[in-house]
Write a new protein. Structure first.
Length: 468
């Protein structure tokens, strides 16, 4: 993050309402970077010790000071266990030790105070059940044509990821594009309180995380919290085609606008170009976007509507959309003797069905082999949702279907009933690798689709090396 100080010790103490347990001279100037992993601490860094069930950051306070931390935040309920060790390390390294009620909240409070120092920064927030990372990348690519843009890298969109990303903002940045994800109830509201977006967009309401929140109604409520910091000046964008569109715009303080094929005027339609991406018409000009799948038309439309709201011109929108490349595991296409579609960064029922339908719609003379991994975080709905996908697979154009992971076991019989597919279920990756390698022939199309936790990308080399 560079050597410039991000925040002084006094400003930090005030932001987090902390108690200074010890303050050395080295810490007075403040900190120049932020870490929650002691291995990532740099000179003059702030280390936030987060409690955890398996790993407690308080165990690594002395490591953080050894690595150059100037300030450490520790949590009140960990004082008894770690006070002496932490104090000794702070004194030895001339650093500062600050005690707060909750270190996670303190990290978020510090990030909010930090970003408040940039009143000229246009802050854009994006959430939704799926598509938010792609929409973020597209929006940043568009805004970057005319402005200096900062965005959260990769998937740093969580209760810790977003605050850490906020500390990457610098005076030269004009636009910040940040996605917000959730792994527990209330998280989107917390992230909105950190960022307080000027423009916020919801991509859709699906069943991702239904195991955490219990129902689609609860998911809609959670995503709507991105608007919770609005005071009347801000703009919220909601998809016209979503079943929750009316609910999402009800009782929000701010200007709520719909976006979509009917309501976003410069959009002139689009079409699927198969493995070459999508055609997207904006302001009467045709653009080829190298992202495959019908769902990416809606992602591109969301980004274009968002960028337009943020003041981007038509040419910037066209250039930005054309410049984007697929991210790892998100609709990547590798052409070769066997063609691979690697879409295994994440999976929920909607995105899995979309991937299956995309492969079905391709004009393909060879065989289709679909490798479907478990969809995680579906809770009590898991079996029903996996069965819903199984019914789509049962009527798909797949020649061979491999199911991987314990959660996919319930799919096998439903698919086998039609008798039109060769289907195998396993939880053994080595067996899957061997079976897939033995079954591949030149001209096959292979889809890898599953949640991050099942890591189907482990099959990549087997597919790419076939016929080489």
């Amino acid at each position: 993050m560079g050597d410039a100080m991000l925040m002084t010790l006094d400003a930090l103490v005030q932001a987090v309402q902390g108690t200074v347990l010890y303050s050395g001279r080295k810490a007075q100037a403040g900190f120049s970077s932020v870490a929650i992993d002691s291995r990532k601490v740099t000179e003059a860094g702030l280390f936030v010790a987060l409690p955890g069930s398996s790993q407690d950051g308080h165990q690594y306070i002395d490591n953080a000071f050894n690595s150059g931390a100037s300030i450490v935040l520790m949590q009140e309920d960990r004082l008894e266990a770690y006070r002496n060790r932490a104090l000794s390390a702070a004194q030895l390294h001339d650093g500062a030790l600050i005690v707060v009620p909750k270190t996670l909240l303190a990290l978020q409070q510090a990030a909010r105070a930090y970003i408040d120092e940039f009143p000229g920064l246009l802050k854009i927030g994006i959430t939704g059940s799926s598509g938010k990372t792609t929409v973020k990348e597209l929006t940043a690519a568009i805004m970057g044509q005319e402005k200096r843009v900062i965005m959260n890298e990769g998937n740093l969109n969580s209760e810790t990821g977003l605050p850490l990303s906020v500390f990457s903002v610098r005076p030269e940045h004009q636009v910040g594009v940040f996605e917000m994800g959730m792994n527990r109830p209330g998280e989107i509201g917390e992230l909105a309180a950190v960022l307080r977006p000027d423009i916020a967009l919801i991509t859709n309401i699906g069943t991702a995380h239904i195991g955490i929140l219990g129902s689609k109604d609860a998911i809609a409520e959670e995503k709507k919290a991105i608007f919770s910091q609005f005071n009347g000046k801000q703009v919220g964008l909601i998809p016209e085609y979503d079943a929750y569109a009316d609910f999402l715009q009800h009782s929000v303080q701010g200007h709520i606008k719909l976006y979509g094929p009917r309501t976003t005027a410069p959009f002139g339609g689009g079409r699927n170009l198969g493995l070459d991406g999508i055609e997207f018409i904006w302001n009467q000009k045709s653009i080829t976007i190298p992202l495959a799948g019908q769902h990416n038309l809606l992602n591109a439309l969301a980004a274009a509507a968002l960028a337009q709201e943020a003041g981007a011109g038509a040419e910037a929108i066209q250039r930005g959309l054309a410049s984007v490349k697929p991210l790892f595991g998100r609709g990547e296409i590798f052409k070769g003797p066997v063609t691979l579609i690697r879409d295994c960064y994440n999976a929920n029922p909607e995105s899995t069905i979309a991937a299956i339908e995309f492969c079905d719609e391709l004009e393909w003379s060879g065989r289709r082999i679909y490798v479907i991994g478990s969809m995680l975080e579906l809770g009590s709905e898991s079996e029903l949702e996996h069965q819903r996908v199984a019914r789509v697979l049962a009527h798909s154009k797949a020649d061979i279907i491999y199911l991987f992971g314990a959660e996919t076991a319930c799919m096998q019989d439903l698919i086998a009933e039609t008798g039109t597919h060769q289907v195998l279920h396993t939880t053994d990756m080595d067996l899957l690798k061997r079976t897939l390698a033995e079954s591949l022939v030149q001209g096959d199309l292979v889809l890898l689709k599953g949640s991050r936790g099942v890591a189907l990308e482990r099959l990549t080399d087997i597919v790419k090396n076939q016929g080489v």
